[in-house]
Design a binder for this molecule. Structure first.
Ligand code: BV8
Length: 250
């Protein structure tokens, strides 16, 4: 008895357009803590106390230390089997794209090309005033943010709470969700907007929406199929079943 419905396997076997939303859970098996889990990054602090411009201006050292801490972890980890399967899917389907909330570059490291970073990328930083990007660490000697030539401060090139998401990435993500035959929501608690609207948009537009998560989420009831388990185990197993279905039909 497969953990996957025959509908899902069949839909994937004939799908032309597949979209994916990923969150911190897809990187958990690479060794990056999620935000809201038991050992979550935000256990000690609330998101607003760290991932917002107010927090940065109020206590730049604390915020920059948090990002430096996360950068060190992210630079030391590798993609896991879930990232690798999505890279294989991109090669198989005629139209395939990942909209990720993650800032860890692991989809790119796994070889995925069509990746839309909705919340930016922790490995880059930019000036708060002129927006120029600077690949030097944004902290000076004393842990204070480095100053740009224009007088602005360097900050991580990520989207903080209260900040707009990159318009092109967001618009394209909603277009992909609106046209998908199958739409995955993988490793996200689906509580952060507007990213959390993508799987619901896909469902409303007629896609077969499948969630892969170790727990129930805020959108589980809006998906056609919610598979409990680790993305690094579920995705390889699902892809094996789909590939054998494709071989049967040759
Ligand atoms: C904005 C970058 C305009 C920085 C992050 C309605 C519409 C629009 C906005 C809002 C709205 N309602 C509220 C808002 C405001 C706010 C918001 O959504 N607040 C929430 C908390 C209610 N949104 C914004 O401010 C956005 N900006 O919309 O601008 C605007 C502004 C103000 C007011 C209105 C409009 C900007 C949001 C972006 C914030 N930046 N990150 C950084 O990373 O430091 S958010 C952060 O949360 C990360 O990006 C993270 O990816 C994201 C979501 O979290 P998840 O990825 O889902 O991670 P989480 O830990 O929660 O869950 C992990 C899941 O994985 C769990 O379900 C777990 O069970 C599962 N899991 C664990 N292990 C595994 C697994 N699953 C599978 N396998 C495993 N092995």
């Amino acid at each position: 008895m497969s953990v996957f419905s025959d509908t899902l396997v069949q839909r994937l076997a004939v799908a032309v357009r597949v979209g994916v939303l990923t969150g911190a859970g897809i990187s958990a098996e690479s060794g990056i803590d999620t935000f809201r889990g038991a050992r979550g990054l935000w256990k000690k602090f609330k998101p607003e106390e760290l991932a917002s411009m107010d927090a940065f201006l109020k206590n730049p050292q604390l915020v920059l230390q948090w990002y430096e801490y996360r950068r060190r972890i992210i630079k030391s980890v590798k993609p896991n089997p879930a990232h690798h399967v999505l890279m294989e899917m991109e090669k198989h389907f005629a139209h395939f794209a990942i909209s990720t909330q993650n800032i860890d570059s692991l989809h790119f490291k796994a070889g995925s090309k069509n990746v839309l970073e909705l919340h930016g990328n922790i490995l880059k930083n930019r000036c708060t005033r002129c927006g120029c990007s600077n690949f030097h660490p944004e902290t000076g000697q004393n842990g204070q943010p480095q100053k740009c030539g224009c007088g602005g401060l360097f900050r991580p090139d990520v989207v903080w709470f209260g900040e707009m998401l990159p318009e092109d990435a967001l618009t394209e993500s909603f277009e992909i969700a609106g046209r998908a035959d199958v739409y995955f929501s993988i490793g996200t608690s689906a509580v952060v907007y507007p990213a959390a609207m993508l799987p619901v948009t896909a469902a409303d537009a007629g896609a077969y929406v499948v969630e892969i998560n170790t727990e129930k989420t805020a959108i589980t009831n809006r998906t056609h199929e919610s598979i409990r388990g680790k993305a690094g185990e579920i995705l390889p197993a699902l892809w094996r079943v789909v590939k054998s279905r494709l071989e049967e039909t040759i």
